[in-house]
Design a protein around this ligand. Structure first.
Ligand code: NI
Length: 214
């Protein structure tokens, strides 16, 4: 793969990420106007009241069972969108989720359901997803579906992804936005974490958010 093209794409993706992050920050400011003063985040908003993300979906879990948003709405979730062939970013971000869970005590971690949703349903079959999530954490649930089902959930979480053919055209990779969504029971978005947010930051933020929600 041509390094220059790859770098240009990475830069474009970063811009897309910034734009999405920027509009979320803007919505955050708007929705919190007149409410309690900020909680002192230095880099970004963590609480997202009033932001409409997520919604109904039908997908297939890594055991081949059909699931919907209702199967998860009783607890907290950490959701990440990616694909199993991803060489670097997806594994890094999933590893981060695992580290967050491992840093929690048992009771705390028990409240959180980690979920990995494929943006490459053609290659990420149920069997592929099962093998992949098993590499990370026994609790991690992998979700895939038809192309239409995946397009629907991408839309509702404002996830960007696009297939990119490899240089010789024999294969493809997938460029995609990278955010970890922290969802509260009943599908409310509590936080969105970016690649630059480390385990320590995410852990502290989640604890604060869960304390406030309790
Ligand atoms: Ni990836």
């Amino acid at each position: 793969m041509d390094i220059k093209k790859r770098l240009i794409r990475t830069a474009i993706l970063a811009l897309v990420g910034l734009t999405i992050g920027g509009s979320i920050a803007y919505m955050q400011v708007k929705s919190e106007e007149g409410q309690v003063a900020g909680r002192g985040q230095k880099s970004k908003p963590a609480s997202m009241p009033g932001i409409s993300l997520g919604g109904p979906f039908t997908l297939t879990n890594h055991d081949g069972q059909t699931v919907t948003e209702k199967d998860f709405e009783d607890g907290y979730r950490l959701i990440y969108f990616g694909f199993t062939y991803c060489p670097a970013i997806c594994p890094t971000e999933l590893q981060k989720i695992v580290q967050v869970l491992k840093s929690m005590d048992e009771a705390e971690a028990a409240k959180i359901q980690p979920i990995f949703i494929s943006v490459d349903p053609e290659r990420d079959t149920v069997a592929v997803m099962k093998d992949y999530v098993g590499l990370f954490h026994p609790k991690l649930i992998g979700l895939t579906g038809t192309t239409a089902q995946i397009e629907d959930i991408k839309k509702s979480y404002k996830v960007f992804s696009a297939k990119v053919p490899t240089e010789d055209g024999s294969d493809y990779t997938v460029d995609h936005s990278s955010f970890i969504y922290f969802m509260a029971p009943e599908n409310k978005v509590l936080g969105i974490y970016r690649m630059q947010d480390d385990v320590e930051y995410i852990l502290k933020d989640m604890r604060d958010l869960m304390k406030n929600a309790a």
